[in-house]
Design a protein around this ligand. Structure first.
Ligand code: URA
Length: 432
């Protein structure tokens, strides 16, 4: 008999629970013995009181134990790498990093999530590719990492089922933005999926769950500690999310942009982050290269077409059509134009993410369907000069009414001024 009410009450009152109690609740939830409403209340109590590091470890450990774990190292006999982002607007980095790293001969195996709140999810983006299957069995996942060098899958019923349920619940109960819940969610997936070396992209800014560099550093340190306890090599990149990453926000639009990036034609901030993350992964791998050499290898894979070949092999292996022309398109495309001339001083990520969500690119309710075609393309980004009447952004919508709503939100995201703002790097800090 699980004492769910008592445990919720004690957490509500700021008490620390022991590891067994956290496991009882989380594993009970995964088995369907604790209902959504009780876990939602527990998450809200955690949101307000936080979890100690012992509780965070117990939560992560229980989530890992809620399903199978994979020994990728054992199955391949070599080091496997993985990367994960804490979630942002327009973050399609994984879609380009995976093929680049695989093209350099390093196996990449990753378990991803769906969109959360205003942020997009890798699985939703991948499902915009016609035919692409994100739900591989564990055997298929391991075989694909071994044979193709790259697999990105969803949380099947077997792998971290507790996070799969909790993630969807947090998305619709305003309980995403908590360091311990985010750290446990990400690290349980990374530990269960079995990679030896992991690069974590911790987003910082208005479009991220962590709004300040200080909060992002706490999240990074929490995940580094969880990785160390699990014997994994982890590096955290703290990266700018005060504006959308790249230009495209929305599932199929982002796949198109990631593909362009793999071909060396991506926007500069995305390309820089993709190459930096790839270089860290290659330097952590068993290639025995330093970061300078790793960066050179990543750049070469883009330049010589081997990264695109790896992308096409991977997408086909998961049943998808890698052709750019196969990606679906929205019926309505509308421009948002600049009301005056000047420079883009600010392009807030959150309203762009919310505009994409309302266009149908994300979910308002657990398990709600999404529209893979819709979203926003930010034609002008921070620092760009713009003439009056010139397009700032392009809206991809299901209909005119949806485009009207998105136009208001996207225009409000832009702040135009007479001077360009000071340039800001995409990678703000690196820990680990
Ligand atoms: N990404 C995850 O996998 N989980 C979170 O809680 C947030 C971002």
């Amino acid at each position: 008999m699980i004492r769910a009410v008592e445990l919720i009450q004690r957490k509500r009152d700021g008490e620390e629970l022991d590891g067994g109690e956290i496991a009882e609740l989380v594993l009970g939830y995964a088995r369907g013995e604790v209902p959504d409403y009780q876990l939602a209340a527990f998450c809200m109590a955690v949101y307000f009181h936080g979890l100690s590091s012992a509780e965070t470890f117990a939560l992560t450990d229980a989530m890992v134990r809620s399903g199978e774990t994979i020994d990728l190292h054992g199955a391949l006999g070599r080091r496997v790498v993985d990367k994960h982002s804490t979630g942002g607007v327009g973050d399609k980095t994984t879609l380009a990093v995976g093929p680049i790293v695989a093209a350099c001969g390093v196996p990449f195996g990753k378990m991803s999530g769906r969109g959360l709140g205003h942020t997009g999810g890798t699985l939703d983006k991948l499902e915009s590719i016609p035919g692409f299957r994100v739900e591989l069995s564990t055997e298929e996942f391991v075989a694909q990492v071994r044979d193709v060098g790259l697999a990105i899958v969803g949380q099947t019923a077997d792998l971290v089922p507790a996070d799969k349920k909790l993630y969807a619940l947090r998305d619709v109960t305003a309980t995403v933005e908590n360091v311990s819940l985010i750290a446990a969610s990400i690290m349980s997936k990374k530990i269960a999926a079995g990679a030896d070396a992991i690069v974590l992209d911790v987003k910082v800014g208005d479009g991220a769950f962590m709004k300040t560099l200080a909060d992002a550093q706490v999240l990074a340190e929490t995940m580094l500690a969880l990785g160390e306890r699990a014997g994994r090599r982890v590096v955290c990149l703290l990266t700018d999310m005060d504006q959308p990453l790249g230009r495209a926000v929305g599932n199929a639009l982002e796949v198109r942009e990631a593909r362009a990036c793999i071909c060396g034609e991506g926007p500069s901030d995305l390309a820089e982050l993709v190459l930096d993350a790839s270089a860290h992964l290659l330097a952590l791998s068993d290639l025995d290269v330093d970061r300078n050499e790793a960066r050179r290898l990543a750049e070469q894979a883009v330049a010589d077409g081997s990264a695109l070949a790896a992308y096409e092999r991977w997408v086909r292996a998961q049943g998808g059509d890698p052709d750019e022309g196969a990606l679906p398109r929205a019926p309505v495309v509308r421009e948002v134009v600049a009301p005056r001339a000047g420079f883009v001083r600010q392009l807030a990520a959150l309203p762009v993410g919310v505009a994409a969500l309302h266009l149908g690119a994300g979910r308002g309710e657990k398990d709600a369907p999404i529209d893979h075609t819709v979203g926003v393309v930010c034609l002008k980004k921070r620092g760009d000069a713009v003439a009056e009447g010139e397009p700032l952004a392009e809206l991809h919508a299901r209909g005119e009414r949806e485009a009207d709503d998105a136009a208001t939100r996207v225009l409000a995201a832009y702040e135009l001024g007479d001077e360009p703002p000071r340039p800001r790097p995409i990678v703000l800090d690196t820990l680990g």
